[in-house]
Design a protein around this ligand. Structure first.
Ligand code: ATP
Ligand code: MG
Length: 381
């Protein structure tokens, strides 16, 4: 057996069978009258992770965070941090802090006072209190703005004040519920990088909820996808994107084209799937999970499809003819909606490499779509 690379295990402790999770969530449930908000969730989160919880509205993300923070009691299951069971520990005694979905700063208080609020119950000397406030502000690069009030800051700066306030008690685990949702797209992207830098510098474990799948992909060490209170897949962003376990996940994270079909053959490392919507058989790399005769879905990401005006030479498998029905110009890329002879419309993402080009593909052009056997995956549900 191959020895795992120690450097890789340091970056990916979840692959190390000897690593102890910092946060252990074991069979946690929460029922409210008439609804199971969190249903037997088990997760192991490691020190220094930036762990994302994603899923549609109402799937239980906030409820799970509230149980980690101690504001809500689980109906069943166990939560431990560094080996200590937290279920009976009140919120203010947990080594955890939570930044809420709507982080209200106190409008009448200066930035310094807002940040120092978290220390109000601690018996600190004035000098030490001030020093900790300054350190927290420096950490989020707001050291010079301590005397301002919230209305004198930009949205991104306010966000960072809230973060400094949440970090000042030096929690082992910081829970962030939609931390960047109040920001516009540009500022959100910028603040994402800052959040990553801050997390890297303080080394605190972050568990964050987001509605924005791009944000989860950009920030997270790992992502847990939730649906109706359950965790349905946990993996690195690349694992979730490349190998979603179900159609729900493939569709929730990014865009996917699906062909429903039946497995007809398996040979030479590939399987054949007969898909009526593709007008015949598709060839997909055989990952050993399905058998001949089984009903499956072939899932194909838009950027893995090649688009050409001429029919590609050679292999005719995984090659469909179509007509461009819609075209969306996105600057560096374009999305094409291509209608194939069966009526099936595929989404294709193409890079715009030339500024203007006589070769460029336009609305109502006839095109050929092709992809490699390892570009698609097969899903069973
Ligand atoms: N205190 C409560 N009493 C009763 N039901 C609740 C309570 N809190 C949450 N729920 C229900 O539990 C489910 C999960 O809610 P939760 O707030 O955890 O969802 P969420 O994933 O955070 O959603 P969103 O993305 O909209 O914030 C929902 O059906 C919600 O209505
Ligand atoms: Mg929520």
């Amino acid at each position: 057996m191959n020895q795992p690379d120690p450097k890789q295990l340091a970056d990916r402790p979840w692959l190390d069978p000897d690593a102890q999770p910092q946060l252990l969530i074991d069979g946690v449930c929460k029922s409210f009258p008439g609804v199971t908000a969190v249903d037997a969730v088990s997760l192991q989160i490691y020190r220094g992770e930036m762990f994302a919880l994603v899923g549609s509205s109402g799937c239980g993300k906030t409820t799970l965070l509230r149980m980690l923070a101690g504001f809500t009691q689980p109906t069943a299951g166990r939560i431990s941090i560094d080996g200590v069971v937290m279920n009976a520990v009140p919120p203010h005694q947990r080594p955890v802090n939570m930044m809420f979905q709507s982080y209200a700063l106190f409008p009448h208080m200066t930035v310094e006072h807002n940040v120092g609020y978290g220390l109000r119950r601690l018996p600190l000397e004035a000098a030490e209190r001030q020093q900790r406030i300054q350190a927290a502000l420096d950490m989020v690069q707001l050291g010079a703005l301590g005397k301002r009030r919230p209305h004198q800051l930009s949205g991104g700066q306010r966000q960072r004040v809230a973060l400094a306030r949440a970090l000042i008690r030096r929690p082992k685990v910081l829970l962030l519920d939609e931390p960047l949702s109040a920001l516009d797209k540009k500022l959100r992207e910028q603040t994402q990088f800052e959040l990553m830098n801050i997390q890297y510098r303080v080394g605190t474990t972050f568990v964050f909820v987001t509605h924005d799948q791009d944000e989860a992909m950009a920030l997270a060490t790992r992502i847990a996808v939730m649906d109706h209170g359950r965790v349905i897949q946990v993996g690195t962003p690349a694992e979730i994107y490349e190998f979603p376990r179900t159609r729900f996940i493939a569709d929730f994270i990014g865009t996917t084209n699906f062909f429903e079909g039946t497995v007809t053959a398996a040979a030479d490392g590939c399987i054949r799937v007969h898909c009526t919507e593709a007008g015949g058989e598709l060839q997909v790399e055989d990952r050993g999970a399905v058998r001949v005769g089984q009903r499956v879905w072939v899932a194909l990401r838009p950027e893995k499809i090649r688009l050409a005006k001429q029919q590609p030479e050679g292999e005719r498998l995984n090659c469909l003819k179509g007509v461009v029905a819609e075209l969306g110009y996105l600057g560096s890329r374009s999305t094409y909606r291509v209608r194939t002879p069966t009526g099936k419309v595929l989404t294709v993402l193409g890079k715009n490499e030339q500024r203007t080009s006589e070769w460029s593909i336009d609305w109502s052009d006839e095109v050929f779509l092709s992809w490699n056997a390892n570009a698609a995956i097969v899903l069973q549900s």
